[in-house]
Design a protein around this ligand. Structure first.
Ligand code: GTP
Ligand code: MG
Length: 609
């Protein structure tokens, strides 16, 4: 359907992680009367992927659309976690306005800075919304000042810094111009969206141009390209040209068209300039491609996103249990899956390695890679992955490494220990702000390398009360060695079943990873040795039976309960010489080389050092 572009608003919701974007979008859709009164609507409707529901975070940007009065509002919910920053960067291409949400207590955090910077760079109109004003620790005026300072810091124009904030309690679906006055809905937010965000800019009299900014899939028609129609219009049956990277052009016919109604894709016959189109018919395309008229093709400039900073080696599971519970286990299957990921994940790259059995996957952060591995696991893949490694660069003959801006928010009592640990990891404090409420905010600039494996230690050090946020902050001189884990591994020296008796004997020497009755193999890591060196152990040992009963009662076997390691815990724990074996049913740790002779050689080398 052709819609008057003046009545269209294309907007994105951007913020730091957990500041309430998805919750706000929920209420915006509901209050716009998009559901029947008795219709069941899931909470955080837009977080539709399984992993999003489980983790309570948004991973992929998603479109929706609703009507407010006679206006059509196309809205994109974006992820706030910095590892998924690439999603935000490409989405800003599709919109003319961005609603910046800021938590009334936490204030602007690293990802707030990142998304605001990207929006300002693209000259997108920003409306500031202070959310969660119901929090007992809300500090609205201070947060407003902090946002102002951030804008100045990012070289915002006078017009941009002269913002008029909205205040909200997204969870209650309420927005207000005055935090002291409660309202009963989001009226003011809708009004500001249609009055302050511009209608889409349209180049008149030009043929069809659309940049693919998002990708979706429909089991009837296949892969779908999503983007804003910059000029012209598109109809079912049209001949279009998909202009790809490196000058590759493909001519195809539009087989179907869809538009969003709330979060559903509904078929339409034609879509005009300014609106968001979902196009079927092209199988092979990528984010950043231009879809344009076949008769008069005109490419749009490609989007560039920030470079990846962390990589992991993904390889075939060549352990003795390989193929036991996965259905996709060959290197060919793994490569196919990774190539499929590249089609919609702009922030990930796959590089070949010296062998055909492994690939280097690079991305924005450990969480992004962990999510990919977790998805593959659920799809029946088996693989081994290495410890995450940062990517080094050579600039003017000097070795450079990625840095992060780490913001920690902790109880005053923990500033000592956190500062010390950050220092060991080559972090330099750049800011300290005692909020006077018993909590302190510290900022560090630290090599990304130093942060790998630090999160769980940070949580332990702050008794689970600390908040740690990081944001990529450019490349800088290599800062030298950073010491790794200072404990060894307990390595099973044979295949068999772990016994309670053996675990009971070993558990005082460290932390166990396996439980009684679990299958183990030669070279599998069954526990953490509290000392620095690795320890070869027989975890299958049975208690010797004797004819003579001991005079007293046998010592009771009390086992410390073992929680299976999660993928992320495993990623934090392992060293370069170790691997994580990932299968649909198990996360195991193992030595890189399973040959015991080789292992002994390596151990000797370590002892000599
Ligand atoms: N107190 C309070 N909590 C809120 C409010 N809005 C959202 N929350 C809570 O904040 C948490 C995060 O909300 P989400 O909507 O998932 O946040 P998000 O910004 O979409 O998070 P990501 O997509 O992962 O970046 C949830 O537990 C919400 O219930 C609010 O106005 N007040
Ligand atoms: Mg969300």
């Amino acid at each position: 359907m052709l819609f008057d572009p003046k009545k269209i608003r294309n907007i994105a919701i951007i913020a730091h992680v957990d500041h309430g974007k998805t919750t706000l979008v929920d209420h915006m859709l509901k209050q716009a009367g998009t559901f029947r009164d008795n219709e069941h609507v899931d909470e955080r409707l837009m977080d539709s992927m399984d992993l999003e529901k489980e983790r309570g975070i948004t991973i992929a940007a998603k479109n929706a659309s609703f009507m407010y009065k006679d206006h059509k509002i196309n809205i994109v919910d974006t992820p706030g976690h910095s590892d998924f920053g690439g999603e935000v960067e490409r989405i800003l291409n599709m919109v003319d306005g961005a609603m910046l949400l800021v938590d009334a207590s936490e204030g602007p955090l690293p990802q707030t800075r990142f998304v605001l910077k990207k929006a300002l760079e693209q000259n997108i109109k920003v409306i500031v919304c202070i959310n969660k004003i119901d929090r007992p620790d809300a500090r609205i005026q201070e947060v407003l000042n902090e946002i102002f300072d951030l804008m100045i810091d990012l070289d915002a124009t006078e017009e941009q810094t002269d913002f008029k904030p909205v205040f909200a309690i997204a969870r209650e679906g309420m927005a207000t111009a005055d935090p002291a006055v409660k309202t009963s809905g989001l009226e003011i937010l809708y009004e500001r969206i249609i009055n302050e965000f511009p209608s889409p800019k349209i180049v008149e009299g030009q043929p069809l141009q659309l940049m693919v900014s998002n990708i979706s899939y429909n089991s009837f028609v296949g892969r779908l390209a999503i983007g804003r129609v910059v000029s012209g219009q598109v109809k079912v049956g049209d001949e279009i040209l998909c202009m790809q990277d490196k000058g590759v052009n493909k001519k195809v016919k539009v087989s179907a068209l869809f538009q969003y109604r709330v979060n559903q894709q509904v078929p339409v016959q034609e879509i005009g300039a300014g609106d968001i189109a979902i196009i079927a018919g092209l199988e092979d395309f990528n984010i950043g491609d231009t879809i344009t008229s076949a008769a008069d093709p005109r490419p749009l400039p490609r989007i560039r996103v920030e470079e990846p900073t962390v990589g992991m080696i993904f390889s075939v599971n060549d352990g003795p249990f390989g193929g036991k519970d996965g259905k996709n286990v060959t290197s060919r299957k793994i490569l196919e899956r990774l190539e499929r990921e590249l089609l919609h994940n702009v922030a990930i790259r796959v590089e070949k390695t010296a062998t055909n059995e492994s690939f280097k996957v690079v991305g924005r952060g450990e969480l992004q890679l962990a999510v990919l591995i977790e998805q593959m696991r659920r799809e029946g893949y088996e693989l081994c992955v290495s410890k995450p490694q940062v990517i080094f660069k050579e600039i003017d003959g000097k070795r450079k490494e990625p840095f992060e801006l780490a913001t920690v928010d902790i109880e005053d009592a923990y500033t000592g220990v956190v500062t010390e640990k950050m220092g060991l990891r080559k972090g330099v404090m750049t800011n300290m702000n005692n909020k006077g409420s018993g909590r302190t905010r510290l900022e560090f600039r630290i090599p990304s390398r130093g942060l790998i494996g630090y999160r769980s230690e940070f949580l332990t050090d702050t008794r689970g009360t600390g908040l740690l946020n990081t944001q990529f902050d450019g490349w800088d001189d290599y800062r030298g060695e950073i010491s790794a884990r200072n404990t060894g591994a307990m390595i099973s020296d044979r295949q068999g079943l772990a016994t309670a008796y053996a675990i009971w004997n070993l558990q005082e020497r460290g932390k166990m990873f396996v439980h009684h009755g679990q299958d183990v193999y030669n070279g599998m890591i069954v526990g953490e040795h509290a000392k620095e060196n690795d320890l070869e152990v027989n975890i299958t040992r049975e208690k010797k039976l004797t004819n003579v009963r001991a005079s007293g009662s046998d010592e009771a076997i009390r086992l410390v309960p073992v929680k299976p390691l999660t993928l992320e815990q495993a990623m934090e724990w392992i060293k370069d010489t170790e691997l994580i074996e990932v299968t649909p049913a198990h996360i195991r740790l193992r030595c890189r080389g399973l040959d015991p002779h080789e292992r002994n050689r390596n151990n000797k080398m370590r002892d000599d050092e």
